[in-house]
Design a protein. Structure first.
Length: 68
């Protein structure tokens, strides 16, 4: 599910991967919304589009991301 960005994105608290550094590789950021939606965005385009997942979709995705 793709969501347009909302304002400056400050309503969500975004977390960047520990594998990402300020001068290193580009990465993704994740935010957990109160309505149990998990939001994902590109860290180098923070104002760009976001993806939103429900808890079951996110849980199904995580094992695939961990085996990168």
């Amino acid at each position: 599910m793709t969501n347009p960005p909302t304002g400056n994105g400050s309503a969500l608290e975004w977390f960047k991967s520990s594998y990402s550094t300020n001068d290193g590789p580009d990465c993704v950021e994740v935010a957990f919304a109160p309505e149990q939606t998990i939001h994902v965005r590109d860290s180098k385009h923070a104002q760009g589009p976001q993806l939103a997942f429900g808890p079951q979709q996110w849980a199904a995705f995580l094992p695939h991301a961990a085996h990168r």
